[in-house]
Write a new protein. Structure first.
Length: 232
């Protein structure tokens, strides 16, 4: 086992003492997929909440007139986008499953309908360099994660500002503060830790970025119910 992967395993062992790596993997693979019936959704107030520090003070006191999403990095055009400017782009509604990687009991999963814009449409504004490899999301609470450019082409992740409030998916309103207001990321078919809340900035980078949880050993690719740990 390489030193880097050994350190990852040690960090996971601190969280889950007295269990082998094989045992850790088996534990998480037993997660339950308890979802609403076909045609129904998990209302936002019933959707699970996971974060690292709770709602950040900057979001509690956010002035939307001053809010600007910074998009920069390995791009031709660094930019700042207001919420109104983002909402003026072509909107998309999509049904997605949001699931935490620690959903063993079946209480950290939801089928939701979200409204937002394609991340790809925002990337077209800034025009990434040919050397770009990943897109990094940073949140007001200090959280950070990343996704691959190839994933964007195949799965079409969203920058979301609206979510269903009812089980029929007919009432879509702005995100609540607990679920990522004013903007969050939704990454279809990836574990929930890739769908960053309280989005502050997006950086396009030309290297393999490791996020908050990925640094401790959780999968960087993070395909839901496929990838769990990067420890080998």
């Amino acid at each position: 086992m390489k030193r880097r992967n050994f350190l990852k395993f040690i960090s996971l062992s601190l969280i889950f003492p007295n269990i082998s790596f094989a045992g850790l993997l088996d534990y998480f693979k037993k997660s339950k997929e308890e979802l609403p019936p076909e045609g129904k959704y998990t209302p936002e107030d019933k959707l699970f909440i996971v974060d690292i520090k709770g709602v950040p003070p900057e979001v509690k006191n956010l002035n939307l007139k001053e809010y600007k999403l910074k998009v920069f990095g390995k791009v031709k055009n660094n930019t700042y986008l207001s919420l109104d400017e983002i909402k003026s782009l072509k909107s998309v509604e999509r049904e997605v499953i949001l699931e935490c990687v620690s959903n063993v009991r079946g209480d950290k999963i939801g089928k939701i309908k979200v409204k937002g814009v394609l991340l790809q449409d925002i990337l077209q504004i800034v025009n990434p360099d040919k050397t770009a490899k990943e897109v990094v999301f940073r949140s007001f609470d200090g959280y950070h994660t990343s996704i691959e450019l190839d994933y964007i082409k195949n799965y079409h992740p969203l920058i979301v500002y609206g979510i269903n409030k009812d089980e029929d998916g007919k009432v879509i309103k702005d995100l609540s503060i607990d679920h990522g207001y004013p903007l969050r990321v939704i990454c279809p078919e990836k574990w929930g830790y890739k769908s960053a809340k309280w989005l502050k900035e997006i950086e396009i980078v030309d290297y393999d970025y490791k996020g908050y949880w990925e640094k401790t050993g959780w999968s960087d690719r993070a395909l839901r119910r496929v990838d769990y740990f990067d420890v080998k």
